[in-house]
Design a protein around this ligand. Structure first.
Ligand code: SF4
Ligand SMILES: [Zn+2]
Length: 110
C-alpha cells in the first residue's frame, strides 16, 4: 500500500547495495519466467523502495523496484487517481477513511 508518494524524492538506488549488481539475469527480458526471477532478486534488495520511487519517474522499461513495467504502469495509474483535486500534488497521506494533501492541506473521503 502506497502511503506517501513524493515525486521530488527519487534518488537513484545505491548500486553498491543493489541485489541485482551481481545477477546475470536480464532485467529487461520480455518473458514472464525471467521477470519472475528478477522480481525475486528485487525482493531481497535493501534498495527496493528507493528503486521503485526512482523507476516510477525515470524508467519505463524492465523490472525495477520489484515491479515489471506493466505493473509500474498500473501503479502509476493508481497514483494518478490519488492526485490532489485542489493543487494536483501527489504528496498524499492516507488517513482514516480519507486522504490528506501534504502540499495544500486539502482532505477528502475515499
Ligand atoms: S530493487 Fe531490484 S532493480 Fe532495484 S536495485 Fe534492487 S535488485 Fe536492482
Ligand atoms: Zn493539494
Amino acid at each position: 500500500m502506497v502511503k506517501i508518494i513524493r515525486t521530488d524524492d527519487t534518488p537513484y538506488p545505491d548500486r553498491k547495495r543493489a541485489a541485482c549488481r551481481n545477477s546475470d539475469l536480464d532485467f529487461h527480458a520480455d518473458d514472464a519466467a525471467t521477470q519472475w526471477l528478477a522480481k525475486r532478486v528485487c525482493s531481497r534488495c535493501s534498495e527496493i523502495e528507493k528503486c521503485l520511487a526512482y523507476a516510477l519517474v525515470n524508467e519505463p522499461y524492465g523490472v525495477w523496484g520489484g515491479l515489471t513495467e506493466a505493473e509500474r504502469r498500473k501503479l502509476k495509474r493508481r497514483i494518478a487517481r490519488v492526485m490532489c483535486p485542489g493543487c494536483s500534488s501527489v504528496d498524499i497521506l492516507e488517513a482514516d477513511g480519507g486522504e490528506v494533501c501534504l502540499a495544500c492541506g486539502l482532505s477528502w473521503n475515499v
